[in-house]
Design a protein around this ligand. Structure first.
Ligand SMILES: C[C@](O)(CO)[C@H](O)COP(=O)(O)OP(=O)(O)OC[C@H]1O[C@@H](n2ccc(N)nc2=O)[C@H](O)[C@@H]1O
Ligand SMILES: Nc1ncnc2c1ncn2[C@@H]1O[C@H](COP(=O)(O)OP(=O)(O)OP(=O)(O)O)[C@@H](O)[C@H]1O
Length: 436
């Protein structure tokens, strides 16, 4: 018997599946012993800890008066990149003389595939509640190739979705006149200026639909960070509105419409890695050029960078001469390196925020040999170190960096007809890498 669960609802699933074990062994008998044997050798220690703790909760909640559930296995401290989440569980019914063992293999990716198929087969049915992960992005390189008459700049950039993201809960509102938005974050507008509300207005205008929404935005991505958090929210809201209206628009239509909200929005309708040109809205999907299990650290000082202000200070005299197509080829063939991670917005951003230049230089110097590349994302103010999930020690030690935002992240992709999924415990899994 093979039973699978989705990682994000691991605890619920394990409870459910343990009930099945119970029923399978003997519906009258009390299952008195079960053990979980995680395939721990291939999991990172943080994933193991989480699985062990969730498993314990699941088991405890099942424990009958006389029953005893236990978990076997031990944590390994080694941090291993490939995070298979298969777990083998043996349940035995010791009220009978024979040991009745069942193997339960938790294969999260298979479960995700299964759920996706279910969703696809009912894709014309509108849902009334939806919770989605809204990821952010980094610009692995960002070349500015010209100034346009409309005030925007032409760019050529390798964008990649990353695992740092917000959680957004959507439901259909009884209102026929307005959307309602709440959030945990201060400083994020809750009115028509919010990119989520802009996305709903756009969706209704384009499709002629009349549904209004209740939304709660649980913000984890800092604003003014060059991580496109707001743009990701807008793309996620368009996706949600479409789901809640029976998927009447195609992904391509959502992508094209989203350019009216912001230059970064259409990218989120790629599958996670894309070469973007024009003002950012011309999106060419590419195979992820960097291994998805490559860790990175995001370091953002408390000061924000305004995108408009950075572009205002930009000058074509300070740009790199490297051909962006060449940069893309190099990274696809040889992987990420400091040479390819060029961001033409660094000079103007460092003018807006002089301390950012020093931060980038210090991270690069302190992490030499540790990070394959250190660069600024978008218009700043996030500095990204690729190759390690920890910042250099001075970030923790020095008073000036006390309110610095620090997060580990991984590169992330999605499948067609599916939205991005949150990585459990922010840990990359090998299944996600092979499902591309
Ligand atoms: C820096 C990047 O994040 C790189 O991905 C993007 O270029 C910015 O994209 P975004 O935040 O979606 O930007 P938008 O909301 O479209 O534009 C904000 C402001 O940035 C400037 N802007 C933006 C994009 C672009 N290609 N050229 C520009 O000059 C414009 O002054 C614009 O008024
Ligand atoms: N849903 C939203 N989430 C965050 N900010 C929003 C949202 N809607 C509107 N905003 C406004 O947009 C500003 C920029 O936020 P955002 O997180 O997109 O910045 P960013 O990371 O610099 O984006 P980009 O990389 O696209 O330049 C915020 O200061 C906020 O006032």
């Amino acid at each position: 018997m093979e039973i699978m669960c989705v990682r994000s609802s691991f605890m619920t699933s394990i409870r459910h599946e343990c009930h099945k074990i119970h029923a399978f062994t003997n519906s009258q008998a009390t299952v008195t012993r079960a053990s979980l044997l995680p395939d721990s050798s291939s999991m990172s220690s943080s994933s193991q800890a989480l699985l062990f703790s969730n498993a314990r909760h699941g088991m405890r909640s099942l424990k009958s008066g006389r029953g005893e559930w236990s978990i076997k296995g031990s944590h390994s401290n080694s941090r291993l990149a490939s995070g298979r989440c298969n777990i083998r569980a043996h349940a035995s019914d010791t009220t009978t003389s024979s040991e009745n063992k069942i193997e339960v293999v938790y294969n999260p990716q298979k479960r995700i595939d299964e759920l996706t198929m279910e969703l696809n087969s009912s894709s014309s049915m509108a849902v009334s509640n939806l919770t989605l992960f809204s990821p952010s992005k980094v610009n692995v390189f960002l070349r500015i190739t010209g100034k346009r008459p409309d005030g925007y700049h032409d760019l050529a950039s390798l964008f990649h979705v990353i695992s740092l993201g917000d959680i957004i809960k959507f439901s259909i509102s009884p209102s026929t006149t307005k959307d309602s938005l709440t959030t945990n974050a201060s400083g994020v507008p809750l009115d028509e200026k919010n990119l989520i509300i802009k996305a709903f207005n756009l969706y209704r205008r384009k499709t002629g639909t009349q549904k209004y929404f209740w939304v709660h935005l649980d913000k984890q991505v800092p604003t003014g960070a060059g991580l496109g958090g707001g743009s990701g929210n807008a793309a996620t809201a368009l996706w949600a509105a479409n789901q809640m209206n029976g998927n009447i628009a195609s992904e391509k239509e959502l992508q094209a419409w989203s350019a009216e909200i912001g230059s970064d929005c259409p990218f989120f309708f790629s599958q996670g890695a894309a070469y973007c040109t024009s003002r950012g809205e011309v999106v060419r999907d590419i195979a992820p050029p960097i291994s998805l299990d490559t860790p990175m650290v995001l370091i953002k000082p408390k000061e924000e960078c305004s995108t408009a202000e950075v572009y205002k200070l930009f000058s074509m005299e300070r740009v790199s001469k490297k051909d962006p197509e060449e940069l893309l080829r190099e990274i696809s063939q040889n992987g990420i390196s400091q040479n390819v991670c060029i961001n033409d917005l660094e000079p103007p951003a460092f003018e807006v925020l002089p301390a950012l230049k020093a931060l980038k230089e210090r991270v690069a110097a302190a992490g030499r040999g540790r990070y394959q590349a250190v660069f600024m994302s978008g218009s700043g103010s996030t500095i990204v170190g690729v190759g390690d999930s920890e910042p250099p020690q001075f970030i923790y030690d020095e008073e000036q960096y006390r309110d610095t935002f620090i997060s580990e992240a991984f590169f992330l992709t999605r499948k067609e007809n599916e939205w991005y999924q949150q990585l459990i415990d922010n840990t990359c899994s090998i299944e996600e890498k092979t499902c591309l």
